[in-house]
Design a protein around this ligand. Sequence first.
Ligand SMILES: Cc1cc2nc3c(=O)[nH]c(=O)nc-3n(C[C@H](O)[C@H](O)[C@H](O)COP(=O)(O)OP(=O)(O)OC[C@H]3O[C@@H](n4cnc5c(N)ncnc54)[C@H](O)[C@@H]3O)c2cc1C
Length: 300
Amino acid sequence: MEDIVIVGGGPAGLTAAIYVQRAGKHAVVLEGAACGGQILTTPKVVNYPAIKQISGADFALELYEQTIALGAEVRFVKAVSIEDKGPKHKVVHTTDGDIECMAIILATGSSNRKLGVGRENELLGKGVSYCATCDGMFFRGKDVAVVGGGNTAIEDAMFLSNYCRKVYLIHRRNELRGDAGAAAELEKKTNVEFVLEANVTKLVGENALEKIEITKLDGSKHFIDVSGLFIAVGQVPGNGAFANIINLDNFGYIAAGEDCKTNVEGIFVAGDARTKAVRQLTTAAGDGATAALAAVNYVR
Ligand SMILES: Cc1cc2nc3c(=O)[nH]c(=O)nc-3n(C[C@H](O)[C@H](O)[C@H](O)COP(=O)(O)OP(=O)(O)OC[C@H]3O[C@@H](n4cnc5c(N)ncnc54)[C@H](O)[C@@H]3O)c2cc1C
């Protein structure tokens, strides 16, 4: 019987493991891909307190090494389902057998929905971004585009309009889906241009993004010169495997507040997988600490 099994070896899961170990309990982290999670894909992190600048890969490596040094165990397996057998008795079914434990922390994160346009992956970090909060400042004084029509796209365009010379907001419908008040505020910005009933159909640039091809619904095409494209077409949480016992919100995130407690006693959630307003490294780490200490208290 393990003390605490943590599903997901991203920033939230590894931070939780650090706190579990430091509190004198044993953490087993299950990671289905590579430790570090989403941050692995970004070349530059500049908003984590006390680290002026670091690559996502180095951030992940430092965090992984810190976790291992404290005695946590990382197993590279995927959790396929979980079972609640009662107080201090849970089971995690994995691609490599079952693990019995006293408590579980779900830190499965989420992933950005892709736009599905050619060279999207190739130009990631070279003009293409899924995170205006993270990367916006690299485009200070430049022309950029945001694609999407929901609240994130509106917020991203508003945020970027404070740094960038010009922001194009591109949406495939004739009106935005997000909050009407926020959209009206955005319309007042003189450096924001709405490009509606349009799709981004091509990304152009040798080593970095230089322009995007826009195809209007009537089939006409034109190019817009931009050095940044912020893709805000939604996120995809991967919590379906736990939905048999864990309550999810309408968007598929695990329903839990700041205490990181789920509807099942002894099962906690941390990081991007949880219902929350801000999905960042700092908030993932904060959740990791909160969930770990709550899980340790439960186990005790
Ligand atoms: C391109 C990009 C750039 C970013 N830049 C910044 C930045 O500069 N600053 C910042 O603060 N934030 C940034 N973010 C956001 C930040 O990366 C996330 O908020 C953070 O990684 C969330 O951590 P997490 O541990 O909750 O989830 P994730 O990072 O998503 O990690 C979840 C982990 O769980 C694993 N997993 C999922 N399901 C299972 C399963 N069933 N079994 C086993 N393992 C599983 C996944 O493989 C993954 O490793 C960026 C995000 C992206 C995509």
